[in-house]
Write a protein of this length. Sequence first.
Length: 176
Amino acid sequence: VVAAERGHKVTLFEGRSEIGGQFNYASKIPGKEEFKETIRYFNTMISKLGIELKLNTTVTAKELEEGGFDDVVVATGVAPRVPKIEGIDHPKVVTYQELLSKELKLGQSVAIMGAGGIGFDVGEYLAHEGVSTTLDTAAWMKEWGVDLNSDNRGGLTSADMEPSHRKLYLLQRKTS
């Protein structure tokens, strides 16, 4: 976007059917729907600035060399790390990308490998079954204990969170 704003002719190659990469996954996490707005912004700017967008297109270094481009910026995104452990190829083992893109139905007891940001987000998604109270103001106020009647000091009362129907186990991969 910045290069196009500065007058450069920009071509964007996207291997998938839509832009956004990891933001598309993040926007499905309860409480993180704002990532959709970032994707909307970039779609708007791509159109507004006349950026040539080639969806469902992967390119090789040779194709880029032969494409007549003055410069190439490589921004290929990320892929989940799949640890080399016994059982990783079991049918019940899925990546976070598979879970969030295919809307898979998982069991009542789920182990999440990785206790970082993505692992925590997957836990939120599974605990809330993909349903977010942030899209329903009344439900959000109730869940977080906001007293709209000012009956309680500070405008807060006890939070009223629904317990998850699942047992989730967040497993840290590293030993340190």
